[in-house]
Each structure stands twice: as structure tokens, then as C-alpha cells.
Design a protein around this ligand. Structure first.
Ligand code: UD1
Ligand code: CA
Length: 460
């Protein structure tokens, strides 16, 4: 179920597309469902901003069911009637509870089968059950018997019922034909004026069909995200769990609470991550690296033994083994850094390849360039890649030495082993092993300054 608006978030974006752990909430739920059944057996009920939701998770290959008017969780299942016609056994997942595990979904499903129940709900004991539906068990609260009489929503609960800490997680298994035989008995006579799927418990109980609950051991995994505060709590839980997983895999993370590491990030053993680092998207980092504070690395691949000094920003880049980056290097998409290469302070790159052992230590812009091995790029070098209309390429072959403050006006090529004199503006290709000057020759006027000062003294 993913059709709701998420009114309590006060957001213009649909709730299920808000991100936790760097991924839409719904993407977490679908990815977990995919571990249990193939995509062709997954039906995502969408409604609010349906096109955006469909686009965001379309890549999973799941089916979609449109609930164009969102009249409650019961109504969500009503509109899925035709889609689910061929199934006997249906598991319902809440699109806003992303921490659920495949193991728990399987347990819910298996328990439902073993109990031969018509409806099985997954429950949990929460210290603070506020906002959740409460489970009314046959035989009283905390009865060991699995049978359930009803679920009461927060708004309809009596003070006594509000004290019940066993909550309905919003995950269920149903006998599908029975669900559709009885679902029309739901009504909207409640606080929200909606069809509550939770009321199926009472409906089935009245029809003498079996309704049972199975309780999760880890209550944390059923938590929903109705408010921003709940979402941030889930995000923190997920990221901390991610850090624990990396720690277990041999990664050192100092002050993990300060790091933002997305769910799909991979890091090799003996890599050290300092405080306040962000590793985002599909980033993969090798082993024996050191990622120093305040670096933000998105969708990039780093080899082994890479040093990333503080404040380095990287997106869509590849960095080979033993390279050294930063402090304050900015690698924009399409950057490929060769083995042992070094990019230093305030060096910005975009769509470049820089070869093994090459260096650009300071204050440089390198864009749309192919740079060979063992090249030295002096401080302040700029590739002038843009003429106001088109982008042009710069080629710098192996072993070139580019003096400081040079401007290389693309398209231009500096041949293997050539030198570019400092402060040159290079507009023409430089042949291999040559020295290119692109600046006016220095003139010296002996005594000029002294003469000027004496003249000024006379005037005053
Ligand atoms: C629901 C349960 C509550 C349970 C809680 C667990 C009901 C009436 N209440 O409350 O007992 O404790 O989940 O998190 O079911 N949705 C639709 N179509 C709709 C309405 C909702 O697809 O018309 C989707 C939402 O997008 C969401 C999910 O169903 O992903 C749950 O809806 P939500 O409004 O968050 O229900 P809760 O108030 O949290
Ligand atoms: Ca919810």
C-alpha cells in the first residue's frame, strides 16, 4: 500500500518517496518484498502522485494498481480486487514502514498458513504505542493465545485500550478469496471517514473466521513513518545498522553517529572513516583507504589504499589504488583518477582522465581533458574548455610539465614530454619534447622605481 498522501508530513512530495538511508521509503519495502516473491507477484497500490511513484520504483519490474481516490487502507485493498483475483494467499505490506525484513515477512506468511487463519496480522510491543492501532486479543491483553478480536485505531481507542502496548504493524496475511468475500462489510463510520483495513479483524471475527497475530521479536523493524520525526528516527536506525554492518566487515568508523552512509554503499576491510563523512548512493570503496572528515562521496568507485583528505567532494568518479585526493578537491562526474595520482587543494575536475602518478596539487580547473601518466600540472592551471557555445577537449600526453598559471585553450594538445612555461596561454598544439612559451617577454627598466619616488617627493 503506497497510495496515501502523507498529510502529517506537510510535504508536496508523496510520503513513500521521501528518502531514508538515501533511498525512497517505498524502494526499501519493494526490495525486501522481492527477496520473498518474484516481482511479477508484487502489486504496488499507488494513488497520490502516482506517476512520480511509478517512475521512482518502476525499475523493480513490479505491477501497479491505481487507487485514484485514497479512501483508506481498506479501500486500497478494494481496488486491488481484480489484480489479486488469481491468488489464494496475499501478504499486505505497508509502503511507509521500510525497516521490515524478508525473514519477518516469511514468518508472518508461514504462521498464517500453519494457523490456517483467514487474517494474520504482524504485531509488536512498543514502549510508545501512540498513533498505532492496538491489538485486542481474545483472552485479554498479552494473552498467549494468538486469536485476535479486533484492532482499534488510536483515535477510536478508549483510555483503557490506549494503554495496550501491542500494536498493529500494518503488515498482514490474508486468505484472498475470503478477504474479497467480506471486504464490502467495511464502513467509513469512524474518526477519519475512511475504510480501515484493520476493521477486517472485527468483520472476520463476527463471521467466525480465524484472525490471529504474530509478534515480531524486533519491534524496531515495523516502525512506520507518518511524521518527519518518525522518518528521522528510522533514518538514524537504518544508518546506524549500516555502520554496524560495516564495522562487522572490518571497517573502522569513528563516531558513527556523525556519518551518513547510504544503504547500498560498500566499503572494504581496514578502511578508516573519520567523523562527519558522507558516503552516498552506489559508492564503493576498497580496503585500506582513509576517508577523512567532511568528505562527501557520491556514486563513486575508489580502489584500495586511497587517501581522501578533509573536505573532498566527489560525484560519479573513479579513483584507482593509492591515489591521494584533497584537502578540498572537487571531483565532478566523469573524473577518472589513475593509480597513485594526486589531486590537491582547490582542484576541480570534470570529465577527465588523469593517468598513473600524475599530479595537480593546487588551484586548478581540469575539464574535458585526457591527461597521461606522470604529468605535472602547475598551480593555477586552467583548461579553457568552453567557448560560450561548445565544449572542447584538451590532451596532455605522458610526462608533460605544465608550469603554474597556464591557460590551455581547447581544443589543444601538449605532446609527450613537452614543457609549458609558467603563465603561458597555450592556443596551439605543442609538439613532443618542446618548450612552449605563451606570454610576453619580460622587460626590466633599471632604476625606474627610484626615479618615480624621487619625482613624487619633489612634488609634495
Ligand atoms: C495504519 C493502521 C494502523 C497501524 C499502522 C502501522 C489502518 C486504518 N491503520 O495506520 O492500525 O498501526 O498503519 O503503521 O490501516 N494507503 C493507501 N491508500 C489509502 C490510505 C493509505 O495506499 O487510501 C497506504 C499509505 O500510503 C501507507 C499505508 O497505506 O503506506 C498505511 O497508511 P497510513 O495512513 O500511514 O496508516 P496509519 O495511520 O499509519
Ligand atoms: Ca503509517
Amino acid at each position: 500500500m503506497a497510495a496515501g498522501k502523507g498529510t502529517r508530513l506537510k510535504s508536496k512530495h508523496p510520503k513513500v518517496l521521501h528518502e531514508i538511508g538515501g533511498k525512497p521509503i517505498l524502494a526499501h519495502v519493494i526490495a525486501t518484498a522481492r527477496k520473498v516473491v518474484p516481482a511479477k507477484d508484487i502489486f504496488v497500490i499507488i494513488g497520490h502522485e502516482a506517476d512520480r511513484v511509478r517512475e521512482a520504483v518502476g525499475g523493480f519490474g513490479v505491477n501497479f494498481v491505481a487507487q485514484s481516490e485514497q479512501r483508506g487502507t481498506g479501500h486500497a485493498l478494494m481496488v486491488a480486487r481484480n489484480a489479486l483475483a488469481g491468488y489464494d494467499h496475499v501478504v499486505v505490506l505497508s509502503g511507509d514502514a521500510p525497516l521490515i525484513t524478508a525473514d519477518t515477512i516469511k514468518k508472518l506468511s508461514d504462521f498464517h498458513s500453519v494457523q490456517k487463519a483467514t487474517m494474520t496480522l504482524l504485531s509488536a510491543d512498543l514502549d510508545n504505542p501512540f498513533g498505532y492501532g492496538r491489538v485486542i486479543r481474545k483472552g485479554g491483553t498479552y494473552s498467549k493465545r494468538p486469536e485476535v478480536l479486533a484492532i482499534v485505531e488510536e483515535k477510536s481507542a478508549t483510555p483503557q485500550q490506549k494503554k495496550i502496548r501491542e500494536i498493529n504493524s500494518g503488515f498482514y496475511a490474508f486468505n484472498s478469496p475470503a478477504l474479497y468475500e467480506h471486504i464490502d462489510q467495511l464502513s467509513t463510520a469512524n474518526a477519519h471517514g475512511e475504510y480501515y483495513l484493520t476493521d477486517m479483524a472485527r468483520v472476520f471475527h463476527r463471521a467466525r473466521r480465524k484472525v490471529v497475530a504474530i509478534k515480531t521479536e524486533d519491534a524496531g523493524e515495523v516502525l512506520g513513518s507518518n511524521t518527519r520525526a518518525e522518518m528521522m528516527d528510522l533514518d538514524a536506525r537504518l544508518r546506524l545498522a549500516k555502520c554496524r554492518e560495516l564495522l562487522d566487515a572490518g571497517v573502522t568508523i569513528f563516531y558513527p553517529h556523525t556519518c551518513v552512509i547510504d544503504s547500498d554503499v560498500e566499503v572494504g576491510a581496514d578502511t578508516v572513516i573519520e567523523p562527519f563523512v558522507q558516503l552516498l548512493g552506489n559508492t564503493k570503496i576498497g580496503s585500506d583507504c582513509r576517508i577523512r572528515s567532511y568528505s562527501v562521496i557520491g556514486n563513486s568507485i575508489l580502489g584500495d589504499g586511497v587517501t581522501v583528505k578533509p573536505g573532498t567532494i566527489m560525484e560519479g568518479s573513479r579513483v584507482a589504488n593509492a591515489a591521494i585526493l584533497g584537502p578540498y578537491t572537487h571531483l565532478r562526474p566523469g573524473t577518472e583518477v589513475g593509480e597513485g595520482a594526486h589531486l590537491g587543494n582547490f582542484v576541480e575536475t570534470k570529465k577527465i582522465r588523469i593517468g598513473k602518478g600524475s599530479k595537480a596539487g593546487h588551484l586548478t580547473y581540469l575539464g574535458d581533458a585526457e591527461i597521461g601518466e606522470n604529468v605535472n600540472i602547475g598551480a593555477g592551471t586552467i583548461t579553457c574548455n568552453y567557448d560560450g557555445v561548445n565544449k572542447h577537449r584538451t590532451t596532455i600526453e605522458d610526462g608533460v610539465f605544465v608550469g603554474s598559471d597556464s591557460t590551455l585553450v581547447a581544443p589543444v594538445k601538449i605532446g609527450r614530454g613537452a614543457y609549458v612555461a609558467a603563465a603561458s596561454c597555450i592556443t596551439d598544439d605543442v609538439p613532443p619534447d618542446a618548450l612552449a612559451f605563451g606570454r610576453a617577454r619580460q622587460t626590466v627598466k633599471a632604476g625606474w622605481a627610484r626615479a618615480k619616488r624621487e619625482q613624487q617627493k619633489k612634488q609634495s
